[in-house]
Design a binder for this molecule. Structure first.
Ligand code: GLU
Length: 429
């Protein structure tokens, strides 16, 4: 393949260039020298393939109209349809979606799933919207995205503040347009619509499978390790339960309302029931209350970051007192923080590996939908454990062989997969 001219530096500011996108690009650049892909491939992969910006009008329950900005970014379709979540959050913008879409590309490729990366979302405050308003928002957003969605084109899934119900509305809106039921248009949907067993738990359970594999390599049992978990939603809440089930001691957890800390170990099932009944951990009084900032700095063996991006930064990385940091969220550790944690000998289990359980079971769901043949829970759990162990071992080996951080090794492994495919296919035309 002929090399392309390096033109990107002459293009000025690109629409998706934000601090988070620059974080994704910096990680990519750090991995690139070890990935041995050609300059043309590297240049191509710096850009998301396609970005769609829409505006979504919604009639609120009180009769007023509001219009919300919505986004879908597809980073790479080299290995197959693009795949990734849809989030509802006040911080959603084009750069965030582009960064998260790029990470999805490396994540899918690292796990050897036949997908590229995508991400989308709507900038809104989902907690201020009623169920009716969320339904209207989701259905109109889906119809705005119709030209770029499809079971062989781009397959959404849940992400922050979206869930099985959101996926059911997307599936129904899409199916109504084509005239027949298309369960394989989304993953993470209700079981009754062709959702997969174990998808709901997959991201949080996968985080703990990766942590467990890491402790096997370190030669230390996971049982008895002291854990702090930031985020108590679908990732953190499940991960805390799985850690507890393996005999680890969860000493602190938090959500948007702040954290709860108890050195003797928290009762995770009581906390989950409380959060379910009350909508958050606010008011839970068994244990000492801490802020999210304080929680991150508690002494522990394992710190699970399962809230959102940009939590461990240059400012607080020096005060983190964990031995292992596991990224359940996407992008929770800044580039500066990564370097500080590395120098301090704190092992970071990177997002593209650690939270890949979700998209892996999404892949299983899509395969089951297409085949119209469904697997049982134990089979799915075992298949997920195999996939994560295989990816973990490849990353660990690469890190050892090339003297890389686990993050760089994970990205190198992902970039190599996409790079090899793109080199064989060539860049069109
Ligand atoms: N939103 C999840 C992630 O960031 C899941 C994506 C999917 O299942 O497609 O990995």
């Amino acid at each position: 393949m002929a090399e392309v001219q390096d033109v990107s530096h002459d293009l000025g500011h690109l629409e998706w260039e934000t601090p988070l996108f620059n974080q994704a690009i910096t990680q990519f650049e750090q991995a690139l020298p070890h990935a041995a892909v050609g300059d043309a491939v590297a240049e191509r992969l710096r850009f998301p393939e396609r970005s769609l910006v829409v505006s979504v009008p919604v009639r609120l329950d009180d009769g007023r109209w509001r219009v919300f900005p919505g986004y879908r970014v597809q980073h790479s379709s080299v290995l197959g349809p693009t795949k990734g979540g849809v989030r509802y959050d006040p911080e959603v913008d084009l750069g965030e979606c582009a960064a998260l879409a790029m990470w999805m590309t490396w994540k899918c490729a690292l796990l050897r799933l036949p997908y590229g990366g995508a991400k989308g979302g709507i900038r809104c405050n989902p907690r201020a919207l009623s169920l009716n308003e969320l339904q209207a928002l989701t259905r109109r957003f889906t119809s705005e995205l119709l030209p770029v969605l499809g079971p062989q084109q781009d397959i959404p899934a849940p992400d922050m503040a979206t869930n099985e119900q959101t996926m059911a509305w997307i599936m129904d809106t899409y199916s109504m347009q084509v005239g027949y039921a298309v369960p394989e248009i989304v993953t993470g949907k209700p079981i009754s619509l062709g959702g997969s067993l174990f998808r709901h738990e997959a991201t949080g359970a996968g985080v703990v499978m990766v942590i467990e594999r890491c402790f096997q390599k370190l030669g230390t049992p996971l049982a008895g390790q002291r854990c702090v978990v930031q985020g108590f939603g679908n990732v953190g809440g499940i991960a805390a339960g799985e850690l507890h089930d393996r005999g680890a001691l969860v000493v602190a957890v938090s959500d948007l309302s702040g954290g709860v800390h108890h050195e003797g170990g928290l009762d995770i099932s009581a906390l989950r029931s409380y959060a379910e009944a009350n909508g958050s951990l606010a008011g839970y009084d068994s244990g000492e209350r801490v802020s999210n900032e304080e929680l991150l700095e508690l002494p522990c063996d394992i710190l699970v970051l399962a809230a959102r991006e940009d939590q461990v930064t240059g400012e607080n990385a020096g005060r983190i007192q964990a031995r292992v940091v596991a990224e359940g969220a996407n992008g929770p550790t800044s580039v500066e923080a990564d370097a500080i944690l590395g120098e301090r000998g704190i092992l970071v289990l990177p997002d593209v590996l650690t939270n890949a359980g979700g998209v892996t079971v999404s892949y299983f769901e899509w395969v089951q939908d297409i085949g119209r043949l469904f697997w049982d829970r134990n089979e799915i759990r075992a298949k997920l454990a195999d996939k994560l162990a295989d990816a973990f071992d490849r990353v660990w080996r690469l890190a050892e062989e090339q003297g890389l951080s686990l993050r760089s090794a994970a990205l190198v492994a992902g970039i190599r997969e996409v790079g090899a495919a793109l080199t064989s296919r060539g860049i069109y035309p």
